[in-house]
Design a protein around this ligand. Structure first.
Ligand code: KIV
Ligand code: NA
Length: 265
C-alpha cells in the first residue's frame, strides 16, 4: 500500500473534497487513525504539552520529536506523516533548516515537514522544496512565537489580515504544499483559501478551509477542560479513563479482580 502524497492533497482542493489531519505522537494511536484512513498525520510540537508536560512548544527540540516521528511512521502505512520542525531547528539559517528537515526524512521516515512563519522563512521553504522535501506552512497563531505575539490570541484581525494573506501567497510561491491557519477570523481564512492554490488546513479558522486539523487528545476529550473555543470534543475519554482507573482500584481493593477468568491454573 502506498502512502498519501502531497499531490493527492493538492488534487483534493481542485475537486473541493474536504479532508482532515490529526496530530499523532505514538505508534498505537497513529495506527488507529491510519486504519480510519486519515490522510495526513502531524507529529506536532504540541507534544510539548500533551506528551512532555511543558507549558509551551518552545521547550521541545529535535531530540524530543525524532523518536515520536519514528514511532508514528512505524505505526502507519497509509498516511502522509508530517514532522513539525521545533523552535530553533530552522529559524537561524537555510543550512540549519536543511540539516534538520533532512534528519526528519532520513532518520525519522517522515514524508514532509511543517514550519511556522511567513515572509521570514521563505528562504528556508524554497531551499527545502528544492532539496525535495515537501513543506507545510503555518500562519496565524504560531505557538513558537507566543512570547512575541503577546499570548494565545486571535491573529490576523484588521490590517494584520493583509499581512497574513501576503505571507500565505509568499509561502505558496516558495513551493509550500499546504498551509495551516491557526486561530484567525473565518473571513480571512476564506479569503486565503480562495486566493492561494495550495490547500489550507484550519484550526480555529472557520469552515471554509480546504481541510481541518485537531490535536487528537482535544478531539477525544482527553485534555482537561476548558478547551479552546475551536475544539469540538467528539468523545469524553478523560471521564471514561478516569472511571476505568477508579473501578480498577476498587476491584483490586475489594478482591473482585483478578477473578478466575483472568488467572492461570
Ligand atoms: O503542533 C501542533 O499540534 C500543530 C497543529 C495544531 C497544527 O502545529
Ligand atoms: Na506545532
Amino acid at each position: 500500500e502506498q502512502r498519501v502524497t502531497v499531490r493527492e492533497l493538492a488534487q483534493a482542493k481542485r475537486r473541493q473534497e474536504r479532508w482532515v489531519m490529526l496530530t499523532a505522537y505514538d505508534a498505537l494511536t497513529a495506527g488507529l487513525f491510519d486504519e480510519q484512513k486519515v490522510p495526513a498525520l502531524l507529529v506536532g510540537d504540541s507534544a510539548a504539552n500533551v506528551v512532555y508536560g511543558f507549558d509551551s512548544t518552545v521547550r521541545v527540540g529535535m531530540d524530543h520529536l525524532m523518536p515520536l516521528v519514528q514511532a508514528v511512521v512505524r505505526g502507519t502505512r497509509h498516511a502522509l506523516v508530517v514532522a513539525d520542525m521545533p523552535f530553533g531547528s530552522y529559524q537561524d539559517s537555510v543550512t540549519t533548516a536543511l540539516t534538520n528537515a533532512t534528519r526528519f526524512l532520513q532518520e525519522g521516515g517522515a514524508q514532509a515537514v511543517k514550519l511556522e512563519g511567513g515572509a521570514r522563512v521563505v528562504d528556508q521553504v524554497s531551499a527545502l522544496v528544492e532539496a525535495g522535501i515537501p513543506v507545510m506552512g503555518h500562519l496565524g497563531l504560531t505557538p513558537q512565537s507566543v512570547h512575541a505575539l503577546g499570548g494565545y490570541r486571535v491573529q490576523g484581525r484588521a490590517e494584520a489580515g493583509e499581512q497574513l494573506l501576503a505571507d500565505a501567497k509568499a509561502l505558496a510561491a516558495a513551493g509550500a504544499f499546504a498551509l495551516v491557519l491557526e486561530v484567525v477570523p473565518s473571513d480571512l481564512a476564506r479569503r486565503v483559501t480562495a486566493e492561494v492554490d495550495i490547500p489550507t488546513i484550519g484550526i480555529g479558522a472557520g469552515a471554509d478551509c480546504d481541510a481541518q486539523v485537531l490535536v487528537w487528545q482535544d478531539l477525544a476529550g482527553l485534555t482537561p477542560a476548558p478547551a479552546p473555543k475551536f475544539v469540538k470534543r467528539y468523545a469524553d475519554m478523560r471521564s471514561q479513563l478516569a472511571e476505568s482507573v477508579g473501578e480498577f482500584i476498587d476491584d483490586v481493593a475489594a478482591g473482585r479482580y483478578p477473578d478466575s477468568q483472568h488467572c492461570y491454573s
